[in-house]
Design a protein around this ligand. Structure first.
Ligand code: NAP
Length: 304
């Protein structure tokens, strides 16, 4: 496994397992998935209160119990702040949601709690009160955000005594907006459009690690990019390179994400034990600069 070192010196695996899709799976398959993840060093698990309306967290907790996994051997993260039809970063909601997640996850604490999507009615001081209470009670060790732009991160960070360790953002070879804007900077091309406020540079400057969600999806998790003919060239390139390196195409995506010097952590959403193993194999491979750019161009991106 490859590890990344966070601002506080904590080491976390660069591959994490997202548990969004496990709610509908048979418990025995979830048990096998979590067991395969632990065996291959994928010991970081991402949740949210809303995944399967809480059932994902419950099935994960059952799998931990069935596999006899010790709490301290895992890093468990969950998210809050999305309610049906609105976003809610009120102190009351953050605390209540985190406490319910702890019950479902059958644990005394989560390692990371992330705010899931920006709430435009956010009062940073109120969030700060919620974070301080949860941390001082030992319920949450560290905090982060998801889908925030750079200005939103800076605003919230200015009110907090805790560092924001992560920003979980959609990122993969078929979703590269935060990279395109930088590569095309100072041009009049549409590709220079910055939708995230320079988030890639903000996170690197402030020692925040990006977590890449839905790395295999195109659009807003509309499907696997290799099922979309628009990405045929990308798929062919990944398969060709993967054959040379002994990796599957999903392993190649992991190698491509991990090659970026921003130390991006990949959150893979597979529910299949074998695919976790294929992904973990990518930790032994470092692709070259030439290969990184070849994959980027194969996804339809042009360099100015
Ligand atoms: N912060 C946010 O707003 C946000 C939003 C969405 C997701 N997330 C997080 O990111 C995680 C990953 O998201 P995701 O699940 O959309 O990501 P993903 O890893 O891109 O997609 C996972 C899906 O791809 C399928 N898949 C992977 N490899 C395959 C292959 N070779 N052949 C066929 N199917 C394949 C998986 O099927 P199998 O299960 O059969 O392998 C699964 O249905 C989630 O679990 C969640 O933790 C966060």
């Amino acid at each position: 496994m490859k590890y990344i070192t966070l601002k506080n010196g904590m080491q976390v695996p660069q591959l994490a397992l997202g548990c969004m899709r496990i709610a509908n799976k048979d418990q025995k398959d979830v048990d096998a998935l979590i067991s395969a993840a632990m065996e291959t060093g994928v010991t970081f698990f991402d949740h949210a209160d809303i995944y399967g309306k809480g059932v994902s967290e419950e099935k994960f907790a059952a799998a931990v119990k069935n596999n006899g996994i010790a709490r301290e051997d895992m890093i468990v993260q969950t998210k809050c702040g999305i309610r049906p039809g609105l976003y809610d970063f009120s102190k009351e909601h953050i605390i209540a949601s985190a406490e319910k997640s702890l019950k479902r996850l059958n644990t005394e604490y989560v390692d990371f709690l992330l705010l899931h999507r920006p709430d435009t009615l956010m009062e940073p001081e109120e969030v700060a009160e919620a974070f301080t209470q949860l941390q001082s009670q030992g319920k949450v060790r560290y905090f982060g955000v998801s889908n925030f732009n750079a200005g939103q991160m800076a605003l919230l960070q200015s009110a907090l005594s805790q560092h924001l360790f992560f920003n979980q953002l959609q990122f993969g070879p078929a979703h590269t907006g935060m990279i395109d804007a930088g590569i095309n900077a100072n041009t009049r091309l549409d590709r220079a459009l910055d939708r995230d406020g320079g988030i890639l540079e903000y996170t690197r400057l402030n020692k925040v690690n990006i977590q890449a969600w839905s790395p295999f999806q195109w659009g807003m998790f509309q499907g696997l990019f290799w099922e979309n003919p628009v990405y045929d060239k990308l798929t062919e390139t990944l398969d060709k390179m993967g054959e040379e390196k002994g990796l599957t195409r999903e392993g190649m995506v992991a190698a491509w994400i991990m090659r970026h010097p921003a130390n991006i952590q990949m959150i893979a959403g597979t529910t299949t034990a074998d695919r976790v193993r294929n992904l973990a194999a990518a930790a032994n491979v470092t692709i070259s600069r030439e290969e990184w750019y070849e994959i980027y161009r194969a996804a339809g991106n042009q360099l100015p």
